[in-house]
Design a protein around this ligand. Sequence first.
Ligand code: AMP
Ligand code: MG
Length: 347
Amino acid sequence: MKTLIEKITAENIEKQVHNAARLIKEGGLVAFPTETVYGLGADALNPQAARRIYQAKGRPSDNPLIVHIADPAKLTQIAERIPQRAMALGERFWPGPLTMIFPKKDCVPLATTGGLETVAVRMPDHPVALALITASTGFIAAPSANASGRPSPTLAEHVYLDLNGRIPMILDGGPVGIGLESTIIDFSEEVPIILRPGFVTKEMAEAVIGEVRLDPGLKIGEAIAPKAPGMKYRHYAPKAELILVRGCQDKVVHTVNRLIEEAEEQGQKIGVISTDETYLCYPRGIVKNIGARKDETVIARNLYGILREFDQLDVDRIYSESFSEQGFGQAVMNRMLKAAGHRVLEV
Ligand code: AMP
Ligand code: MG
């Protein structure tokens, strides 16, 4: 199968979206930009189409897909027992990087929900995504458009690298805005639970609806499995071993430089994820600057792209500085710890 990358412009958006929507309506797959990461879309109410997503990504079949809508009023067609608090969150954060989980209606196939009786729903904040959903069937199931286990795509080129030959079309809307997957909040139990941290933080949600819990399964070293099936897989992973180094800045820089020196003496190629503050402090290794320490939005936007760059450079190991877990930093560190398989060096 040949994979077309279609660059979207103000002039061609209508025609491109029309063609892509036709593919979706026929049960096919289209990768498209959202504000979080690129998604791989199919008709959410067509089980055969949903199965094609799992095949193309090599995704485990128990890992449910998020259903994307372009109109909040559509929520009641696919979900049941939607509490008032969820409506309030939707009003505040949709369109946006927030996914909510409810008991599903019968029209949503188990192929889309990974066999679960609940459905995850989100209204994305991206003109191409919204136009595509509206022009197709109104309900597009879309996980991130990477091959399973790889970092999520933040550029159309990342999708192409992972899925070339496996899907017919990629809509190229340029770089995404946020760069990390949506916050997932589960409303299928009494107290809403964050199953995956994202741009919408616990504090932001609590300011609208009161108490929100964090899935205890997300904690490192916790014996309970996370409730979102996708969070249990080693995920977001670069090819090289990634190690986070945590401590005060001077000690981190000193330790990483020593480790690079030792590894290079053994002929290894080492990558470093540094910041604006430390970029010039690493004389050796292949050094990438992820952005200023105080701005998690920039760190988030650069993270997956940098992990992919290191894959292409074929490094043997990556050392990364680690970041604050406050606010959006919690989502950033959640992804980094997963990418690192929780390998952290305290200095
Ligand atoms: P992705 O779209 O690739 O970010 O993956 C979707 C994420 O949402 C995965 O981590 C899934 O496990 C999670 N998810 C989707 N639907 C549900 C659901 N009904 N219950 C729990 N987690 C879900
Ligand atoms: Mg994903």
